[in-house]
Design a protein around this ligand. Structure first.
Ligand SMILES: O=C[C@H](O)COP(=O)(O)O
Length: 329
């Protein structure tokens, strides 16, 4: 079993993806983007019940999921101490005895994700780990502060040590079909990021329709997004499978046309290991294995890690296989 896990899990070769440079806004392409809501919802409904991840490989896939987590705390009562504990968990996400039993070592989460003021304690706590810090920015979560301050916030966070910047788009631009304004906004944010990677949060629960989600996805990629991300975690509806299908297919179309791979980050409300496996299976089926590496796929999640650790513990003690057999009949 250990060999299976080491082979199949997550020790995939590390490759460097050329960054998406963006392109001119192609409004014709944006307006052609449609979303057949009922077909998408039907396809999404089939995903959770499928057994795309074989039982024997589940621990490997759970480890893979773990390496793709942006371990997040975005609370008004965040403190240096809480962020230090979060970073300790990012460095050692699973108890060493569980990892030993799986024959795996050196696993970390993909990144930690915090508010600007929490970058400094995160930099200290992650020193030497190689784990990047993602900072939410541009007036997160609503994105309604003065534009020049939103741009300046990006620069401040990069200066403080963030290597990834999760910006929020102005939802009103998508809701009113002002795609040029959205493009200009995201392009400015991308320039402010410099070498830091730009994740654009669409806040899909506030965009009104799957068609708007598709169009906003294309506009953000055209403006140079490195990732497109569903949600802030603060909307009433956050990451869903239908929205994910729409965004993933936009990423696929963009890659087919431009040759550039843009990453995907579902975020908000993903807290169960089995949901994480559904997302990984979806990515594998729609985009292929290359997108299953942390440079192209992340979960934005504050509480997913705990459930993954519990499931891995069940796996190594044997209880996982037994309960899986019981559940699947
Ligand atoms: O970007 C990450 C989200 O804010 C996390 O949401 P969550 O707390 O529901 O996992």
């Amino acid at each position: 079993m250990q060999t299976d896990i080491q082979d199949k899990a997550a020790q995939l070769p590390q490759v460097t993806e050329p960054r998406n440079p963006g392109m001119e806004l192609d409004l014709d392409w944006v307006m052609r983007a449609q979303a057949n809501t009922s077909a998408i919802e039907r396809r999404a409904a089939t995903l959770p019940g499928r057994r795309s991840v074989k039982k024997d490989y589940q621990a490997a896939w759970l480890l893979k999921a773990l390496t793709c987590i942006d371990l997040t705390t975005l609370a008004g009562d965040d403190t240096d101490g809480r962020v230090a504990r979060l970073c300790a968990k990012a460095r050692q996400p699973v108890r060493p005895d569980i990892l030993d039993a799986l024959g795996v070592s050196g696993i970390t989460t993909g990144a930690v994700c915090v508010y600007h003021d929490m970058i400094a304690p995160a930099v200290k706590a992650l020193d030497g780990s190689g784990i990047p810090i993602a900072a939410v920015s541009t007036g997160f979560p609503a994105g309604l502060s003065p534009f020049h301050l939103r741009v300046a916030e990006i620069g401040e966070s990069v200066k403080a040590g963030a290597e990834e910047i999760d910006i929020v788009i102005s939802r009103r631009h998508a809701l009113t079909g002002n795609w040029q304004a959205l493009y200009d906004e995201v392009k400015t944010f991308r320039e402010a990021c410099g070498e830091a990677h730009l994740k654009t949060i669409l806040a899909t629960g506030e965009l009104g329709s799957l068609r708007n989600v598709a169009r906003a996805s294309f506009v953000c990629m055209m403006a140079g997004a490195d990732f497109i991300k569903t949600s802030t975690g603060k909307e009433s509806v956050n990451a869903t499978l239908p929205v994910s299908l729409v965004m993933i297919r936009a990423i696929r179309d963009y890659h087919e046309r431009t040759g550039y791979r843009v990453g995907y980050k579902p975020a908000g409300g993903i807290s169960k290991a089995k949901d994480a496996l559904t997302y990984l299976a979806l990515i594998k089926e729609e985009l292929g294995d290359r997108w299953l590496q942390p440079d192209l796929f992340r979960f934005g999640a504050s509480s997913l890690l705990g459930d993954i650790e519990r499931q891995l513990e069940h796996h190594v003690t044997g209880a996982y296989s037994a309960s899986y057999r019981h559940a699947m009949g």
